[in-house]
Write a protein that binds this ligand. Structure first.
Ligand code: HSE
Length: 437
């Protein structure tokens, strides 16, 4: 039996406490699997007195996580503090510089500084594991970094935010309001400290930026992501989608195109029959398309203490199993110094189908004017329907357009022209349609 692996945990919130609990409850199993014991020897959190319902054994307490990263008797520093800069960044840097392995669940940190900290880890010859940063308990990093060696990825997309998927599912299945569903997601511990990060799409964007780098060997570029959240999705959209054979999901999509890499996060219509449309509630899913394998879809619990702890413990166990001198794979699949600069594809060049919901004044010629604007912009329509009036006043009608493949530029121009024509009496709703099996 090898020497015990000494672990320091910084941050004892929902995830940190779950990690400590799993490590203590599963000692026998983990020792058998790793060939050595994993022991928590140091911890750091804001409030020492707080009851977290977990025994921290003889672990040494540190008020300052940076100090713990530098000088605690640990082999692995587990960062569960969160946040892009500040303490989390300072302690991860300090841990790497002190030659300790790092496990983090911090997507914001990786999205902002991933390449720099990967370079530091690779320089020091230590491991930087971050499975829990993307899609909670789903082993997507391991799959992309290890299992898909030799595959060229053409597109990666997924439901990467449990809170948004929970909200959209509850809105669809139970007809609840957006606000009611968000409150529930917060109560269940899925949402970020600031839930606008979930609903405006930043959380998905951070995770997508990491997947993009792994997929295409490019530097992480979270600032280059086209972003739309779910706050504007209404029951009218959800109902219209269902009637047309679609479901609305907040997707993160990264795709290679002729002009560069497209990264986008937005509410998306996926065919109701597709596998990803069956992913409900807090569950996440990631689809990876490659030249050798075709399409792979992974799905599982994407948020919450236990799911995230499962991924963190898996990362710690990988370090426990590793041996000195063993050459580990690079942090983002390619050596961090060899990642290529990110080349952004323009969103206006995005090609795909579109759902457009218009609220129009009910008068002669409106349908014809709408159809003319679409034709003027070379947009071919799959369907155009005038919708039941619902609870709107009689002088307003809903018109739903579904297009064949066209471009973002054409749709934006057509919608702008229709607005200028003066027939629209409410803001048009435009939702992209994604190809999915
Ligand atoms: N707030 C995130 C979510 C937690 O809802 O998916 C996991 O990153």
């Amino acid at each position: 039996m090898g020497e015990a692996l000494r672990v320091g945990i910084a941050g004892l919130g929902t995830v940190g406490a779950s990690v400590a609990r799993v490590l203590s409850e599963k000692t026998a199993e983990l020792t058998r699997q790793c060939g050595r014991e994993i022991v928590v020897t140091a911890v750091s959190a804001r409030d020492r007195a707080k009851d977290r319902g977990v025994s921290l054994g003889d672990a040494q307490w540190f008020d300052d996580p940076v100090e713990m990263a530098r000088s605690a008797p640990i082999d692995v520093f587990v960062e569960l503090i969160g946040g892009e800069n500040g303490t989390a960044y300072a302690c991860v840097k300090a841990a790497l510089e002190a030659g300790r392995h790092v496990v983090t669940a911090n997507k914001a940190l990786l999205a902002a500084h991933g390449v720099a900290i990967a370079q530091a880890a690779e320089k020091e010859g230590v491991l930087l594991n971050y499975e829990a940063a993307v899609a909670g308990g789903i082993p997507v990093i391991k799959t992309m970094r290890e299992a898909l060696a030799g595959n060229a990825v053409t597109r990666v997309f997924g439901i990467l935010n449990g809170t948004c998927n929970y909200i959209l599912t509850r809105m669809e299945q139970d007809g609840l309001s957006f606000a009611e569903c968000l409150e529930e997601a917060q109560r269940l511990g899925y949402a970020e400290a600031d839930p606008t990060f979930d609903i405006e799409g930043q959380d998905t964007a951070h995770k997508l930026a990491i997947l993009t780098s792994l997929a295409f060997g490019s530097e992480i570029s979270a600032g280059d992501i086209y972003l739309e959240g779910i706050a504007n999705i209404t029951q009218a959209d959800i109902r219209a989608a269902a009637e047309l054979g679609y479901r609305i999901k907040l997707l993160g999509v990264a795709q290679k195109t002729e002009s560069g890499i497209e990264q986008r996060v937005h509410p998306t219509m996926v065919p109701t029959s597709s596998v990803i449309a069956q992913v409900h509630g807090v569950t996440n899913a990631v689809a990876i398309e490659t030249d050798i394998l075709g399409e792979l879809l992974l799905s599982g619990p994407g948020a919450g203490g236990e799911a995230t702890a499962s991924a963190v413990v898996g990362d710690i166990a990988d370090i426990a199993k590793s041996r000195p001198g063993f050459q580990h794979g690079p942090v983002f699949g390619w050596p961090a110094r060899e990642l290529t600069p990110y080349k952004r594809a323009r969103m206006r060049a995005h090609a795909g189908g579109y759902f457009i919901r218009l609220t129009v004044a009910d008068r002669t010629g409106v349908f014809a004017a709408i159809a003319r604007r679409m034709a003027d912009n070379d947009i071919s329509l799959e369907s155009i329907v005038q919708h039941a009036n619902g609870d709107m006043a009689d002088d307003r009608k809903t018109v739903i357009l579904v297009t064949h493949e066209t471009t973002e530029a054409a749709v934006r121009k057509a919608v702008k022209e229709m607005t200028a024509d003066g027939h629209l009496v409410d803001t048009p709703q435009v939702i992209r349609i994604e190809r999915a099996e």
